[in-house]
Design a protein around this ligand. Sequence first.
Ligand code: KG4
Ligand code: ZN
Length: 357
Amino acid sequence: MNKKPLILGIETSCDETAASLISENDQGIPIILSNVISSQTEVHKNFGGVVPELAARSHLEKIDWIVQKALDESGKKIEEIDAVAATAGPGLVVCLSVGLSFGKTFANLIKKPFIAVNHLEGHALSPRLNSGLDYPYLFLLISGGHSQFLNVQGLGDYKRLGTTIDDALGEAFDKTAKLLGIEFPGGPKIEVFADKGNPERYELPKPIINRGGCNLSFAGLKTAVLKISKKIKTQQEKFDLAASFQKTIIEILYKKTKTAFLEFEKQNNLKKKIFVVAGGVAANKEIRSMLINLCKEKSYESIFPPIELCGDNAAMIGMVGLEKFKLKQFNHLDYPAKPRWPLDENANFLKGAGVKL
Ligand code: KG4
Ligand code: ZN
């Protein structure tokens, strides 16, 4: 029997330091041998967001033992590794540089190929980990750094159907939480507040709800929350604002997901309709249940990968590495860190003032 490829994946694009060993089974399904993630919640909790310099320092302090732990937990030896894959972008350049340099040095040291991985490609292919899910599928990524709908048609074949033109959805949750006095990252706590509040109390805007296809926008919503939060006096009003915010997000996502379904169906000749939702915000129970119901209504199979695979992790990076290794898609050791690296190079750049939808 041929030796199965063994890939070391490394991820440091934002505030998770992660390493993973990936291989495949006899059916060619990518399998996880170890998946070690160290989050920096404690480092950033008092700052209302990720502080790049602190994040990079923390990656530097942890990267050696995280990789060592991933190796130990996999039961494999360094000599058995066939290639090293590290995230090269998109992300915070000072953070990317830590994992990227570590990965290149490691690959050079063991004299094995180096593979630069797009973090978004990792997310997009992550539902195939341990499952071998077939293409094509519609993928919604809702995390602290990204919000986008992707038509995933195969390795290296992605069409972006829609993206946020300003804040990511997790960022909108975290900023609202901050205005309500909740420490970073406050997204999960908004859900707890919302359970105790009246969602009808505050009328909030739904930016670009009736235009821009399935592109998203949350900045106007945040401004409205800011104005109301200044007038708020009681705890009950905070609960009501959280509930109104969450309800508004759900209405936006409902409409935009329906639009994305139509786009996806137009672009593919589908035997089976599959919708995968990943990213930290996918943990929100109300959002999840709305999306599951919408899938039932529109005859889609809904897939929510386990949270440790849909938040930032290195297993998804190792898996892209594995697929590229099999195609001998290697990179040189001078491969740069890319703070901006769209998956779909043909998609328009939709950020900042003056964006036309
Ligand atoms: O994908 P993820 O774990 O990591 C990064 O983006 O790096 O996503 C984290 C984001 C944060 O903004 C967090 O507040 C949000 O996901 N989040 C939630 C919930 N759980 C995590 N937002 C709303 N409701 C939740 N239950
Ligand atoms: Zn991510």
